[in-house]
Design a protein around this ligand. Structure first.
Ligand SMILES: Cc1cc2nc3c(=O)[nH]c(=O)nc-3n(C[C@H](O)[C@H](O)[C@H](O)COP(=O)(O)OP(=O)(O)OC[C@H]3O[C@@H](n4cnc5c(N)ncnc54)[C@H](O)[C@@H]3O)c2cc1C
Length: 510
């Protein structure tokens, strides 16, 4: 089906979650099969039209919708989740959302893939960009369970066709599989299908081919009021949280069952929040949480209370001040769908990220405190979110998948959400100042070194391309891919030699 500007559906199909990016394409193809995608890609190539693809629409930057784009392929109808006996793997359509995947895999087969917390994120961009979420310390990244991809690609002669690439050692298209284990969306073709099966899983029983999530999880949410939070307590909380993760970054430790988000909100939010989930597979989830909380609050004089304010991507959660056990799917749906930003049709946002191997310095925490307490800027939805990483993620080699960040302890997301176009400059400016000063010693970005390890590809930030904001001399692609970039460029040359699939941070032809 093709939707053009005069069609009443057009306005709904030219945007995603971030209203800073609204497209003006000549047409949107709503694909219902791989053959539809092949036909839409072929037509765009034959006509010399600039083409992009939309999965779940959660891109932080303008990679899908910008003024150059003439044709968009919308994949939202390719949302089937099924077991494919011939592949001995679970097949997931390239337009499915994470909630489609979680519900179907669990209800029918009792299994899951570790992936993002947000229910409406699409597998399209999310999986090929790594796929990180609440179960990742216990089960790894999504790409660690990716067996194969079906990709509609365009060859050197301009012919579009679908190819299947697997992780099998003898597969001639193995590099295309590898490129999709962290190379990111919009780079090599249109992923119309992913197949998931855990590496080395044996047998034909679907229930044994992917991990089982814990039957239940312990959920806890607390906060500290900004009104009485001193800089000393703020520093102690941030430092303790970082230290705990550095101590427990290695794979195979019992602490891998715990995952936490520290929400360091701008002061205008009123609270700093800590949201934690402990897997029911832990020997004693309540004790693991209590020990973690004791570590995070050691030396903090201010008492914590319930988390009553919405913050970042989390709804108020006062009912979890005392930790509660919930069935896994219920907890997953709660975290993924209670997200207050998802129902906001005027949402605008900006984002920056860092991976940390070692703990940030007290000097960096002082920079955070300064920007989070600035009085010339007011936005309760502006924050720095420090999140758990490591554990099982770090059991994989840096080049086993295209996703290279395999020895970090936690991940930092600098973000701001707002609603009015008139507020773009204030929010983007605040975030730039905040980030640039946080990494002032390394040229304004978290370069790969003993402390940091670059940025998260699924949180793209085009400022990394700009020498005005990235003065490190380390190019954007090294920040995302480190040493894997050259191999990704070779895959680009092999599978998209005409550079049909591109955006401002796509892998360049060698
Ligand atoms: C509210 C929110 C919460 C998030 N939470 C998490 C989280 O918990 N964990 C995490 O890791 N990330 C998270 N993210 C980031 C998310 O993983 C990325 O934004 C991801 O790229 C989104 O994929 P999408 O298909 O929804 O986006 P889209 O905007 O549709 O696409 C993103 C990019 O991928 C390309 N693409 C999409 N589908 C395909 C396809 N089938 N084939 C080829 N290219 C494709 C697009 O062209 C574009 O370049 C979150 C983002 C948001 C907005």
């Amino acid at each position: 089906m093709v939707v053009r500007p005069a069609d009443s559906r057009y306005q709904d199909l030219i945007r995603g979650t971030n209203q800073r990016w609204v497209g003006t394409p000549e047409r949107v193809h709503v694909a219902r099969s791989t053959a539809d995608v092949v036909a839409a890609v072929q037509l765009a190539v034959d006509q010399g039209k600039r083409l992009t693809v939309q999965g779940g629409g959660h891109c932080y930057e303008d990679f899908v919708f910008n003024s150059d784009v003439q044709v968009v392929i919308n994949l939202s109808e390719l949302d089937q989740v099924a077991f494919d006996p011939a592949m001995r793997a679970f097949s997931v359509g390239g337009g499915a959302t994470l909630l489609d995947v979680y519900e179907k895999l669990y209800r029918i087969w009792g299994v899951t893939i570790p992936a993002g917390q947000c229910a409406t994120v699409g597998v399209g961009g999310h999986i090929s960009g790594g796929g990180w979420g609440v179960l990742c310390r216990e089960l790894g990244l999504s790409v660690d369970h990716l067996y194969a991809v079906e990709v509609v690609r365009v060859d050197a002669n301009g012919k579009a066709r679908a190819v299947i690439a697997t992780s099998d050692a003898g597969d001639v298209n193995r590099e295309l599989w590898w490129a999709n284990t962290g190379g990111g969306g919009g780079n090599f073709g249109v992923v119309t299908r992913y197949w998931f099966r855990t590496k080395d899983a044996t047998g034909t029983d679907p229930a044994g081919l992917l991990p089982r999530p814990p039957a239940e999880v312990l959920l806890a949410a607390i906060s500290w009021p900004w009104e009485t939070l001193t800089q000393k307590d703020f520093t102690t909380i941030a430092a303790n949280f970082g230290d705990w993760h550095v101590r427990h970054a290695a794979p195979g430790k019992p602490e891998s069952a715990l995952f936490s988000y520290l929400n360091l909100n701008h002061r205008s939010n009123g609270q700093v929040g800590l949201l934690t989930q402990v897997s029911g597979n832990a020997k004693n989830p309540e004790k693991l949480y209590a020990d973690f909380l004791a570590d995070v609050t050691r030396g903090v004089t201010l008492r914590h209370g319930p988390l009553t304010n919405a913050m970042g991507e989390f709804a108020p959660a006062p009912e979890f001040e005392v930790p509660q056990r919930l069935p896994w799917l219920q907890a997953t749906k709660y975290l993924g769908a209670a997200n207050p930003i998802l129902a906001d049709p005027t949402l605008r946002g900006d984002f920056k990220s860092a991976f940390n191997r070692a703990r940030y310095t007290d000097q960096q925490i002082a920079v955070w405190y300064k920007h989070l307490t600035r009085t010339d800027f007011h936005n309760p939805r502006a924050q720095l979110m420090v999140s758990s990483y490591g554990g099982k993620i770090n059991s994989v080699g840096r080049s086993d998948t295209a996703f290279a960040h395999r020895d970090s302890a936690f991940k930092v997301l600098y973000l701001s959400y707002w609603n009015e176009k008139a507020d773009d400059a204030a929010n983007i400016g605040w975030l730039r100042d905040f980030y640039y000063e946080s990494y002032g010693a390394t040229g304004g970005v978290p370069v790969p070194d003993a402390v940091t390890d670059g940025c998260y590809l699924n949180y793209p930030d085009i400022d990394l391309n700009d020498p005005a904001y990235n003065r490190s001399g380390v190019p954007w692609h090294t920040l995302y891919y480190t040493d894997n970039y050259r191999r990704l460029q070779a895959a680009k040359a092999a599978y998209d030699p005409r550079n049909v699939f591109r955006h401002s941070q796509s892998v360049r032809l060698p």
